[in-house]
Structures are given as structure tokens and as C-alpha cells.
Design a protein. Structure first.
Length: 301
């Protein structure tokens, strides 16, 4: 992924492209990080019991409880705004709760719409779509532990949901030196498959190190909630879907390149529309599309 200045506030970050067809493209997820102050360190919740040997302490949790239409907890999340020329994504990430709001039933709903009520301008002209992207930079970051989210992803050509992490030193060292852990990415033309990937110096963009997980019997991820997680320890990251482990990575997988994952990372949730990897929406794509997040949780030992 390559970081570039943008016309809005500061930086844009792009996420990965796994297909060789796009290897020459600028690869990785993204919009605009509206602020990247130094991240807060992971700490157990005040009412969590002190961890003993072999136990796990709750470091971060959001169950998205609250009235329908309310925005996310500003003490835990910041909303990013802007477009993303790097990936040629089509959406504009809007502020506030316009495209990211609680549903009153314990879920956060990120909605992608085919609209432009704010006359937003994108890299290609007047934006055609709106969506949302949020992160915990400056509010929460942690090194190691079990990181998971229970999500019902959207569907359709050109739809690109993701749950991922960036190194908390991103604002200082840039990408890919910061490292990136993609816990879950899905592109709409693969309804039954998700991808987990590492990006770092020498193995970024289409050269990221990762694997895919496919549901059995032709099932689609958009049909139900699924739990996406990583178990992260020094020099080891293991991915699973609904408790089913599908890959484990260590420094030995990097071909001599630097392992940059022994430090704090912050969390990101976003729903992109279009781009080099998923392709643009077409006549078969229905809007609005929704990414529904039941909870996000981080536990540390």
C-alpha cells in the first residue's frame, strides 16, 4: 500500500490487491485518516477482573448498544472522511452517523448508498456513492491477543467490506512499514470467500502474504453473521472464521523480509464500493448494501 497526500485533511491509506491482474496498481484499502494522534495503549476495562496465569483480560469491546440512529461511541471510534483515488474506489466516506449508525438492536450498521446528497467530489468527479469508514487510532491500540468481530457482510458486484488493523506508528513510518493485518476482506464477486492477509515492507499490495477461507456447500457470507478473528502472539498470527483456523503466519513465511507485527495496532472497519480489486458495481448490484457488526472485541493475556 502506498500513502499519498490528499485534497482533504491528511493522508490516504490503501489496502491490498491479491489478483496479479492488478499487481501494477496501487493496492490496499482506503480513504482519509482524519487524524492520527499517538494511539492509546491497551488496558483492561475498569470492571474487568485482574488477569491471572492463563486468563484473558478484556482490553476493548463495543457491543453497539444504543438507540436506533445514534452514532458510534466517540470515545472508541473516529470517523474518517473522503474518497480514495489510490484504489479507484467509488464511494465518499461521510462524517457522523450519515452512513454508520446503531440500529437499536445491538448492531452497528455501515450502509453504502448510491447517492450524493452532500454534493461530494471524488477523484473521478461528483461522487456516485456514499459509505463509512471508522478506526480506533488515538483511542485504542494493542499488541497481541485475540481480536474478533461478528459481522454480517453485504453482497453484490463491486461491494468490498473489511475488518483490519494498521500499525499504531503509521503516522510516523508510513505504509507498508507500519504493517497491516487484514482480518477479513470480501469482494462481491466471491460471495462465499473471505481473505486474510499481512502487508509489510517487501510484501505489500499484491505481494501480501495471505490465504482465503471459503464456506462449504456454496453458502454465501451475506446470508448470516460470521465471526472473524485472529490470535496474535509475538512472531505468530493465526486466522479463523467461526472458530475454524485457516492460516497461521510467522516470520519464516516472509522470505527474509522484516516482521513488523510485534507492536501495537489499531482497528478499522469499512465498506468500500468499487475499486481495482472488486471492480465497479454493475446493473446486478442492488443498493443500499449494509455491513452489520454485532460486536468488536479484543482480549489480551
Amino acid at each position: 500500500m502506498t500513502v499519498h497526500p490528499t485534497h482533504s485533511t491528511a493522508r490516504s491509506v490503501s489496502r491490498r490487491r491479491r489478483v496479479a491482474l492488478y499487481a501494477a496498481s496501487l493496492l490496499c484499502c482506503s480513504a482519509i485518516l482524519t487524524a492520527l494522534p499517538g494511539g492509546a495503549s491497551a488496558a483492561p476495562a475498569a470492571d474487568s477482573p485482574a488477569p491471572g496465569p492463563g486468563t484473558m483480560a478484556l482490553a476493548f469491546e463495543d457491543q453497539f448498544d444504543g438507540p436506533a440512529g445514534a452514532g458510534v461511541d466517540g470515545g472508541k471510534w473516529q470517523i474518517e472522511t473522503g474518497d480514495n483515488v489510490n484504489n479507484h474506489e467509488r464511494q465518499y466516506y461521510t462524517p457522523g452517523n450519515d452512513n454508520a449508525a446503531l440500529d437499536g438492536r445491538g448492531n452497528l450498521v455501515i450502509t453504502a448508498r448510491k447517492e450524493n446528497p452532500g454534493n461530494y467530489q471524488c477523484w473521478y468527479g461528483a461522487c456516485e456513492y456514499t459509505s463509512s469508514r471508522l478506526n480506533t487510532s488515538g483511542k485504542f491500540a494493542a499488541a497481541y491477543g485475540h481480536v474478533e468481530a461478528r459481522i454480517k457482510i453485504p453482497r453484490g458486484q463491486g461491494i468490498w467490506p473489511a475488518f483490519w488493523m494498521l500499525g499504531d506508528d503509521f503516522g510516523n513510518v508510513g505504509w507498508p512499514n507500519s504493517g497491516e493485518i487484514d482480518i477479513m476482506e470480501n469482494v462481491g464477486f466471491e460471495p462465499g470467500t473471505v481473505h486474510g492477509t499481512l502487508h509489510g515492507p517487501g510484501y505489500s499490495g499484491s505481494g501480501g502474504i495471505g490465504a482465503a477461507y471459503t464456506l462449504p456447500n456454496g453458502q454465501a457470507f451475506a446470508d448470516d453473521f460470521h465471526t472473524f478473528s485472529v490470535d496474535w502472539a509475538p512472531d505468530s498470527i493465526t486466522w479463523s472464521v467461526d472458530g475454524n483456523v485457516f492460516q497461521r503466519r510467522t516470520p519464516a513465511d516472509l522470505g527474509g523480509n522484516q516482521w513488523v507485527f510485534n507492536k501495537p495496532f489499531f482497528l478499522i472497519l469499512n465498506l468500500a464500493v468499487g475499486g481495482y480489486w472488486p471492480g465497479d458495481p454493475d446493473g446486478s448490484t442492488q443498493f443500499p448494501q449494509q455491513m452489520v457488526i454485532d460486536y468488536v472485541r479484543v482480549t489480551t493475556s
